[in-house]
Ligand binder design. Structure first.
Ligand SMILES: Nc1ncnc2c1ncn2[C@@H]1O[C@H](COP(=O)(O)OP(=O)(O)O)[C@@H](O)[C@H]1O
Ligand SMILES: [Mg+2]
Length: 223
C-alpha cells in the first residue's frame, strides 16, 4: 500500500530563483526502508520537510494514504500524528527541561490520558536507553544522547512513517551501530522509514530502495 506520494512536486524558498526540489514524483510504500542520498544542497532536507508538511509545494501535490494534504490546523495535526520527522540538529527538536518532560510533551499535546502518557514514557525510557538520564536537564546531555532523545520523542507518538535527516551525523562508530540496530527494530515493528544520509555504505546495506537526488531533481530510484 502506498503511504505517501509526491506527484510532480516543486518547491522554491522565498528569495531564491531556482527550486530546491523540482518536479519530484515518488511513492513511499508501507513497510519499506528508503535511503535518500545525494550531495550537499541537493534537496534532501527540503524533501523531508515537505513530507512532514513544514513546507508546502508551489506546484504538484503530496498525498497521504491517497488523500491530498490539507495545510490547515486539522490537516497538519493529522499528518504529523502519522509522519514523524527527526531533525538533523537535535537542538531544534528538544523543547522541555528534562528528558521525561521532553518525552511527555508531544503526548500531552495529543491530549492523551495521564496514565497512558506515563505508560508510554516508561516504555520509551527502556527502548531508547534513556532511563539513567531520565531526570537530567536536556541542556547537559551529550550530542549522542540528544540525538537518541530526539528519535525517542518522535517514536513515542507511534508514527506510521518515520523520516530521519542525517541521523548518523556526529555519531561515533559505536553509536552508529546502535542506531542501525534501533532502526532495524523500529522497521520490524511496522514503521516505514526514510533516511536522508551521506553514508553510502549504510544506505546500500540497509535500504530496500535508494532515492538519489541531484540539484533538486530525482535522478534515480534503485532497489
Ligand atoms: N532556508 C532556506 N532558504 C533558502 N534556501 C535554502 C534554505 N534551506 C535550503 N536552501 C537551499 O535549497 C537547496 C536544497 O537544500 P537542502 O534541502 O538543505 O539540501 P540537502 O539537505 O540535500 O543538503 C540548496 O540549494 C540550499 O541552499
Ligand atoms: Mg540536509
Amino acid at each position: 500500500m502506498s503511504l505517501m506520494e509526491f506527484d510532480r512536486v516543486s518547491f522554491s524558498y522565498p528569495c531564491s530563483h531556482k527550486p530546491a526540489v523540482e518536479d519530484i514524483s515518488l511513492t513511499f510504500q508501507e513497510g519499506k526502508r528508503y535511503a535518500l542520498i545525494g550531495r550537499n544542497g541537493c534537496g534532501k532536507t527540503t524533501l523531508l520537510r515537505l513530507a512532514n508538511g513544514l513546507y508546502r509545494p508551489q506546484t504538484g501535490v503530496i498525498r497521504w494514504c491517497g488523500r491530498q494534504l490539507e495545510y490547515n490546523g486539522t490537516g497538519l495535526r493529522l499528518l504529523r500524528q502519522n509522519v514523524g520527522l527527526v531533525f538533523q540538529n537535535p537542538e531544534q527538536q528538544l523543547v522541555a527541561t528534562t528528558v521525561v518532560e521532553d518525552l511527555s510533551y508531544g503526548l500531552c499535546n495529543l491530549g492523551l490520558p495521564e496514565g497512558e502518557i506515563a505508560r508510554r514514557v516508561e516504555e520509551t525510557l527502556d527502548t531508547f536507553q534513556l532511563r539513567e538520564i531520565a531526570y537530567q536537564p536536556v541542556n547537559y546531555l551529550s550530542l549522542g544522547e540528544k540525538k537518541r532523545l530526539a528519535l525517542a520523542d518522535v517514536m513515542i507518538l507511534k508514527p506510521k512513517l518515520l523520516l530521519l535527516d542525517e541521523p548518523m551525523a556526529y555519531l561515533d562508530y559505536v553509536q552508529r551501530a546502535e542506531l542501525k540496530t534501533q532502526l532495524y527494530k523500529i522497521h520490524q515493528e511496522g514503521t516505514t522509514i526514510v533516511v536522508a544520509t551521506h553514508e553510502l555504505d549504510f544506505a546500500y546495506s540497509w535500504a530496500d530502495e535508494i532515492i538519489m537526488l541531484d540539484k533538486g531533481r530525482l535522478v534515480s530510484v534503485s532497489f
